[in-house]
Design a protein around this ligand. Structure first.
Ligand code: SF4
Length: 214
């Protein structure tokens, strides 16, 4: 096993212990459609903020068929506190219509089909596949994953697709679903975009960017 793969093995093992409570999405949902809507809303927004919105939204509009009949102005009162709400509203309503037309009102469970939906790229599709269907076809890469992957020396790029490809080579397939959650937890806790708190990090003896000296 090469040194980076060995480091990746140590990283995942320690993160699973440290952040075991965070190994699932914090976006509240009770079915794949709700998770898809929440994930679309979560772009450049905090999960906490999304959960606040979806709590009321899902109580009012529960099924995909409800959304097919909506106009954007029906949704605006629920989502207007979140960034890019007009674009996100358009994506959600058009996604519902396309799911009705092409997939019999069922959220598709393949990467190929999911990325045909408006507002759904690989990151959103990976979140839905992993958390709603238990299917790992890739690794969802968000800003925390970008920061953490670079600091841990796994990549030297901010390109999400290149990072995903590299991480998929470094980690076992059955771990792909956890990587996103664990890197987000690490990124929120000690390895934030603005600052790193290496003295509190469980990886400070194996991380090439650590400022803790042995
Ligand atoms: S040791 Fe520091 S730089 Fe490395 S992952 Fe931990 S907090 Fe980030």
């Amino acid at each position: 096993m090469d040194a980076t793969k060995e480091r990746a093995r140590v990283v995942i093992k320690r993160l699973k212990v440290r952040y075991r409570k965070d190994m699932h999405t914090s976006l509240e949902h009770s079915n794949p459609w709700e998770l898809l809507v929440a994930t679309i809303l979560s772009a450049q927004a905090q999960d906490r903020q999304v959960n606040k919105i979806t709590k009321k939204l899902f109580r009012r509009y529960g099924k995909i068929s409800d959304y097919c009949a909506l106009t954007p102005s029906n949704l605006y009162p629920y989502v207007k506190s979140i960034g890019l709400y007009k674009q996100k509203t358009k994506s959600i309503i058009n996604a519902a219509k396309l799911i009705k037309k092409n997939f019999g009102l069922k959220v598709p469970n393949s990467m190929e089909d999911l990325i045909t939906l408006p507002g759904v790229g690989r990151k959103t599709a990976n979140v839905v596949l992993s958390n709603a269907f238990g299917i790992n076809t890739g690794i969802a890469i968000d800003t925390h994953c970008i920061t953490v992957s670079n600091r841990l020396g796994f990549v030297r790029t901010r390109d999400p697709e290149k990072i995903e490809t590299r991480l998929m080579k470094l980690f076992q397939k059955d771990e792909w679903g956890s990587i996103n959650h664990l890197f987000i937890a690490l990124g929120r806790d000690v390895c934030t975009a603005r600052a790193k708190y290496c003295e509190r990090c469980v990886l400070n003896d194996v991380c090439p960017s650590s400022n803790v000296r042995p």
